[in-house]
Design a protein around this ligand. Sequence first.
Ligand code: HPA
Ligand code: ZN
Length: 322
Amino acid sequence: MTSHLKKVELHCHLEGAAPPALTLAQARKYNIDLSAYLSDGAYVWHDFASFLECYDKVSEVYKSEEDYALLTETYLEELASIGTIYSELIVSPDHGKRIGLGAEAYIAGVCEGIRRAREAHGIEARLIVTGERHFGPESVIGAAEYAAKAKNPLITGFNLAGEERMGRVADYARAFDIARDAGLGLTIHAGEVCGAFSVEDALNDVRPSRIGHGVRAIENPDLVKRLADQGAVLEVCPGSNIALKVFPDFAAHPLRKLKEAGVRVTISSDDPPFFHTSLKREYELASEAFGFSDSEINDLTRTGIEAAFVDEETRRALLARL
Ligand code: HPA
Ligand code: ZN
């Protein structure tokens, strides 16, 4: 039982958290046929590429500022109901542009959702703007420029997601330079679909304080040592990794090995309903599949707060709540 534990989540894609029932209602509202991607209350995909396609299709039924406020409020409410005190949401203003809503209105809707959830439930949240690799380096630079210029106090980080097999990290380094110069926290998806080399590329070319997933670093013992020595934080999403077959089962998942090697690890849900998980389930898995004690699970949560992209006053307040 982990229901009594305070929780923190650093790695969740906003549209990836969309409840299937809400997505279905949205599709009906806009007269969009999603039947190839959503059936019997579950999202339909079969590998990483088709997951990304499904994710992009689902995202397209969230169209207005209010749609994004509702989606954000709905997810944060769910998190608050299980004892979550802090959430970082990965958002894509570029997606707002692509659907004709515009980056400003997209972010304004998300921020309104955060405001409502904080007022009703006391949950703290921040936004990580992401570029998606499969839309190319120019679009990722556009996302970084947006994040840098927005001067929005809730936008505190920059990420790179999407098709990890497309291009090399160096192709996207310029976007991270822009984000770093603007004072944003840096994290990047690596070591999920691609092997340990992608984590090394990320460390060398981006110098992030955190890595999204990073779990395939386990394939290279020198790299595991480097991560531990550097204090880089891994945003580990075990349920996602099993759903995407990065590892065959939880027994083969390296979360515990990484922690024991001194790597700083946290747990998150990534795209929860797509991967038949939730933050609640990830905490239960930490206990039941990985055998962590309550005190070890609190270590993961504390690491999450220590690595959060927040000002020091907020960090102190969150640590005090834990
Ligand atoms: N991984 C990579 N890119 C993504 C994901 C993910 O889980 N979700 C949305 N874009
Ligand atoms: Zn992710």
